[in-house]
Design a protein around this ligand. Structure first.
Ligand SMILES: *Cc1c(COP(=O)(O)O)cnc(C)c1O
Length: 403
């Protein structure tokens, strides 16, 4: 079956909410990926910052196989050993004392927002229910989380939307101060806007938000679904910002491709969820937990995290060099191995993605005018240079065409 044959079948049976690229991946290992026509690619998307250790990492594969021989699923009427070990590891590596597990970023953000409402309800009363999020933010696709998100197009036609979700401007403390009051129960934010264009948050702003939350007894929720699990060169991005949230969520890379998400918090806040208040059939099942535990064990090693910071610098340096030869970016930003390159007006990320694909390089976009790079965290300098070479060819081709 060729790429084309598979895509024709796909179109006939799938809900058309995605527009798959012309390559259909059938196999992958490390940074490499092969499509149904046998073409080889360097994968700088990592399944949107998911396969942080690369495709089919040997030790993670072993963990998966070993657990698959023992126990897959028992439901949350039972405790299980892998989930205890995963929660022990996460709480020892973060501020958190308690964990809740689900299967995706949306679900753990949903849990975080529900927990914040419940906590405020128990502690103060029903009126304290206002949630503040940011324009351009992305928190998921469930109705609650998409309403928290800052992209209106994603909400269109799905109303009525849950009320009392307000939006403020990223990196603008005054704007936030104006809409915060005693009825606010939580502020949710990404330490770097991922989908919203890889936009860094300045440390001063983060501290200011923390202070405002304390002043108004609102919880600070950090959505680290994308920035967590070593992506920015710290295990979690908040650890580099020096600002500690009350609730932390992560998903994407937590299972290196196996679906799992975690919400982490203090025991005092966690106590607002009691048996029956919230749950998930699959959340924290032994198979997912065993895979995540191994993934976390590897990513949290200091030399791995140092490597992410170093390779991130090399990637940014290389992009700057391309930009000197072929001026196409107005800004290159990000942290660790989450890097965004803002395109000059007149260029579209989709066009460059298509050219890169032809060259054998897979990259992401974040909006229509930002290229996003999220390769696996174990990437070597040689692999970065190889990918930069392919990207340069794609870009020079695009520039020549648009002349
Ligand atoms: C991807 C993402 C989500 C949603 O995660 P899903 O697993 O797709 O539900 C939420 N927040 C951020 C910051 C993300 O990048």
């Amino acid at each position: 079956m060729s790429n084309q044959d598979l895509l024709e079948r796909y179109k006939k049976v799938m809900v058309p909410n995605y527009a798959p690229l012309p390559a259909v991946p059938i196999k992958a290992k490390g940074l490499k990926l092969w499509d149904a026509d046998g073409k080889e690619y360097l994968d700088f998307t990592g399944g949107i910052a998911v396969t942080a250790l690369g495709h089919i990492h040997d030790e993670v594969l072993t963990a998966l196989k070993e657990q698959a021989e023992k126990l897959w699923h028992v439901s949350n009427y039972f405790a299980n050993e892998p989930v205890i070990e995963l929660a022990e590891a996460l709480t020892s590596l973060t501020f958190a004392e308690r964990c809740f597990f689900a299967n995706s970023g949306s679900e753990v953000n949903e849990a975080a927002l529900k927990l914040a409402r419940r906590y405020a309800h128990n502690k103060v009363g029903e009126k304290k229910n206002k949630i503040i999020a940011f324009h351009k933010a992305f928190h998921g696709r469930s109705l609650f989380t998409v309403t928290a998100g800052g992209t209106d197009a994603y909400k269109q036609g799905f109303g009525p939307l849950p009320p009392q979700l307000h939006h403020s401007e990223h990196n603008d403390l005054e704007a936030l101060a104006k809409i915060m009051d005693q009825d606010c129960c939580a502020v949710i934010m990404e330490p770097i806007l991922g989908e919203g264009g890889v936009r860094n948050m300045d440390g001063q702003f983060a501290q200011g938000v923390r202070d405002l939350c304390d002043q108004h007894q609102a919880l600070l929720i950090f959505d680290e679904v994308q920035t967590g699990m070593g992506r920015t060169g710290e295990l979690f991005c908040y650890q580099g910002l020096g600002v500690t949230p009350d609730i932390l969520t992560t998903a994407k890379a937590l299972g290196n491709g196996f679906p799992i998400g975690a919400m982490m918090t203090s025991s005092e806040i966690a106590n607002s969820f009691q048996p029956g208040t919230h749950g998930s059939t699959f959340g924290g099942n032994p198979l997912a937990a065993a895979v995540a535990k191994k993934t976390l064990e590897i990513i949290s090693q200091p030399d791995i995290l140092a490597g992410v910071r170093e390779r991130g610098q090399e990637l940014i340096q290389g992009l700057n060099q391309i930009n000197e030869k072929h001026p196409i970016f107005t800004e290159i930003r990000g942290r660790g191995l989450l890097v965004g390159a803002q395109l000059k007006e007149g260029f579209t990320a989709g066009d460059i993605l298509a050219k890169a694909l032809k060259q054998g390089l897979l990259i992401l976009q974040a909006g229509s005018d930002v290229l996003r790079f999220a390769p696996y965290l174990l990437i070597t300098s040689a692999e970065i240079q190889e990918a930069l070479g392919l990207l340069e060819s794609a870009i020079s081709e695009q520039i020549n065409e648009s002349r």
